[in-house]
Design a protein around this ligand. Structure first.
Ligand code: MN
Length: 202
């Protein structure tokens, strides 16, 4: 049985970039709904007590009759649990440490990375996510549709941003670009550094 993780900061902590109402609805309604539907699908199966990311790694082993539900709602649970942690109040700015160096090495500069990551979010048609991922110790940018996770493709997420309209519509309306620009003010690079270190150990 999966449970809604506690938000590591207050609902209004990411103001003015991400507003309190969006955070409240996103966490207590959207994320909770993914968890409820996931729990309903896996009840009584061997996946019931598994770490959700382990389930996603083996998504093709999930019985066909529940695979789509687990893909969508398990993906939703994993993605949102990850997303809350890669944001923080008093954050943003440029990354330092190993992940900062790796970003500069891979993309040429932080500005170039920012541009590519933003474009991945802007060019995702409909609902989905933009990601900075690691695979075989190499960083790359990708996007996924719906609630698909890079974990389903054997990649390790370092940073991710939700570009479903529910993530930004209340404050930014149709202006996804403004939301993505604001997101850079709340990126928790310390968490991204931890994710990067973890990925390098694999
Ligand atoms: Mn969402």
């Amino acid at each position: 049985m999966y449970m809604l993780p506690k938000l590591p900061y207050d609902y209004n902590a990411l103001e003015p970039y991400i507003d309190e109402q969006t955070m409240t609805v996103h966490h207590t309604k959207h994320h909770q709904a993914y968890i409820d539907k996931l729990n309903g699908a896996i009840k009584g199966t061997k996946f019931e007590n598994m770490d959700i990311d382990e389930v996603l790694k083996k998504i093709n082993d999930v019985p066909e009759n529940i695979r789509t539900v687990v893909r969508n709602h398990g993906g939703g649970h994993s993605n949102h649990s990850f997303f809350w942690k890669v944001m923080a109040p008093n954050a943003g700015a440029e990354p330092h440490g190993n992940v900062g160096d790796a970003i500069k090495h891979t993309f040429g500069s932080f500005e170039k990375f920012k541009e590519e990551f933003t474009n991945a979010g802007l060019n995702r048609f409909g609902s989905g996510w933009a990601w900075l991922v690691s695979e075989h110790e190499k960083l790359s940018i990708m996007s996924t549709p719906n609630q698909d996770s890079p974990i389903m493709e054997g990649k390790t997420p370092i940073l991710g941003v939700d570009v479903w309209e529910h993530a930004y519509y209340l404050r930014y309306m149709n202006k996804r670009a403004d939301y993505l620009a604001a997101f850079f003010n709340v990126i928790n690079w310390k968490e991204a550094e931890e994710n990067y270190k973890h990925a390098m150990k694999k």
